[in-house]
Design a protein around this ligand. Sequence first.
Ligand code: GLN
Length: 230
Amino acid sequence: MCRHLGWLGEPASVASLIFEPANGLLVQSYSPRRQKHGLMNADGWGVGFFDGATPRRWRSATPIWGDASLASVAPALRSGCIVAAVRSASIGMPIEATASAPFTDGRWLLSHNGLVDRAVLPPSKAAESTNDSALLAASIFERGLDALGDTIVDVAAADPNARLNILAGNGSRMLATTWGDTLSILRRSDGVVLASEPYDDDPAWQEIPDRHLVEVTENRVELIPLKGST
Ligand code: GLN
């Protein structure tokens, strides 16, 4: 499992979201507080953000705490829509930069926390790597993000053990699912944070219940139960 974080709001720096908070993604990479599977997230990281309508990414297959340049550049990377992740590779999955989220189809940036049997996913020439998350991202892009909830329910039906927490942004919308792992939301005056776990102890963080779809736009946050939620 991994940890991911998304931002939609006024332009904010990557550093302010992942390095500066007491329990930001940097700390979550070696000491996550709510992770259910895996002890740390040392198999890579990725930072994606929108530069106008263009998604841009910086990914690596090494631990985020050891990167020689990211901490120096992150204060200057500012965007109104950011998707970042730290990775704990599942057994048998490749460890390479292209296996680290966020994945993209040129319009969306997408991260997956979880595990899915690759045999239930359609083969894809568009997948960026051979790990389950890259293959799942390709099939979500193929069906379109408007069908995200249906895609998750269908994949879960094909692999009942799958854990399918998705986080995606396109510059003006952020979508997330909870299916088997944690997700929290923080509504700030300048925007909304979705994160696998709170990056600090602000009491305003709220947990998203399992098996839900969250949609964040500039004006609203909508929480939609997925089929099979209780
Ligand atoms: N199954 C994922 C992988 O190995 C595990 C990391 C995650 O939770 N995204 O790519």
